[in-house]
Design a protein around this ligand. Structure first.
Ligand code: GLA
Length: 392
């Protein structure tokens, strides 16, 4: 049974009638370009095959009901809330993600009549693979569909506008000060491509990315560890970047020229210098990666991935011992490059490995974690997949 069939069947069971549509949206891997999005910079994500699926049926009483199939195999009923009473803090918990999207849509002027939502999530949670954005994006498209403004319908907002709506839900309702990377990836990525996205201009280019065509695989290593300071650490880095831009009298760190980096750093207090160095060099690494991919030289991106990790570890200081262990072990056993991905402080790393070395790398990582008495990591090969869309 597909996730769409499952969501539709659970919807029918709970609500006693058929859903009007099923939408889904994927989690993501960011190949490179970390902590650059909220600095108006460049990112290079692709969509995972893991998706969150939402069956929806419209209501006319301006109520929103949410339910989800838990990883325990049981149905979890969320609250039923009046669309007009949605505000940050009501509701809380996991329901804040779908409710926040309804709130952002309502606030933007969409006349939502109410809806029943049945959610089936397959994106690993807490793994830094953007499960919350997959949920929010699927809900956004499903709710827009109830007011005839889903992509493809006349007068529909653009994917960029939907990404900003979802960002509002995440920032102002769920209270996470994140950038535009994850929503854009979930909405706009396409199969067998990475998305070269310029956050400032909104320019997006699909670049073919099929590592298997040259005998390589991109391995995801979910450390299954999320450190408690991840949220405060993220906000603190973000504020540091904004402060540096302000001191430099620039709109954002995107505007620091890399050939001027040493002179620029010298103007800043010491504690802000590593943050700026990371952002500026990371934007350069994204552009260098794009150049290699355009030329089909996939193996050449390995050192860029590793340099990104070193910069995130030593300058931006958002890695963790488990992420470093995953990256170092992969590099020691045949990976051409490896790095932590996402916000950091836990979650996942990626490693670019020759197909012939894949199993060796996997075993070495598993052994290394076991030797350090860490929870068993989850490993899988990431295949660039389709972005959000309607399933039925
Ligand atoms: C998280 C945020 C993104 C981005 C990354 C770091 O995934 O949601 O907006 O800032 O961290 O690149």
């Amino acid at each position: 049974m597909t996730a769409a069939d499952r969501a539709a069947a659970l919807f029918a069971e709970k609500h006693g009638g058929a859903s009007s549509a099923v939408w889904s949206a994927p989690g993501r891997v960011n190949l490179i370009g970390e902590h650059t999005d909220y600095n108006d910079g460049f990112v290079l994500p692709f969509a995972l095959p893991h998706r969150t699926t939402v069956a929806i049926g419209p209501r006319t009483d301006r109520q929103l009901s949410v339910a989800t199939l838990g990883s325990d195999g049981h149905l979890h009923d969320g609250p039923v809330v009046a669309i007009d009473e949605l505000r940050p803090g009501n509701p809380t918990g996991w329901a804040a993600y779908p409710a926040g999207v309804a709130w952002a849509l309502r606030d933007t002027g969409f006349e939502l009549g109410g809806a029943n939502l049945m959610i089936v999530g397959q994106v690993p949670t807490g793994a830094g693979l953007s499960s919350s954005h997959a949920l929010e994006c699927a809900v956004a498209l499903a709710l827009l569909n109830t007011v005839h403004h889903a992509p493809g319908e006349p007068g529909a907002p653009s994917l960029g506008e939907i990404a900003r709506l979802v960002q509002r839900a995440e920032n102002d309702f769920a209270g996470a000060p994140t950038g535009l990377l994850d929503q854009t990836a979930s909405l706009a990525c396409t199969e067998a491509h990475v998305l070269f996205f310029d956050v400032r201009t909104g320019d997006a280019e699909q670049i073919p990315f099929d590592p298997r065509s040259v005998g390589l695989e991109l391995l995801v290593i979910d450390t299954r560890v999320k450190h408690s300071h991840s949220e405060s650490g993220y906000g603190q880095r973000r504020r540091g970047c904004e402060r540096a831009a302000e001191l430099l009298e620039l709109k954002a760190l995107r505007d620091v020229a890399s050939d001027d980096l040493a002179a620029t750093l010298a103007k800043l207090p010491e504690d802000l210098r590593p943050l700026v160095r990371h952002v500026v060099t990371e934007n350069d690494r994204v552009r260098a990666t794009v150049d290699q991919l355009r030329a089909g030289r996939y193996a050449e991106i390995g050192p860029l991935l590793t340099a990104s990790h070193v910069s995130l570890r030593d300058d931006y200081r958002v890695s963790s011992p488990e992420l470093n262990l995953a990256v170092d072990t992969a590099l020691d056993t045949g990976a051409l490059g490896a790095r932590m991905i996402g916000g950091g402080f836990g979650g996942s790393a990626i490693a670019l490995v020759p197909v012939a070395d894949r199993d060796r790398v996997e075993h070495a990582v598993r052994d290394a974690f076991e030797r350090q008495h860490l929870a068993a990591p989850r490993l899988f090969t990431a295949v660039p997949s389709a972005g959000a869309g309607r399933d039925r």
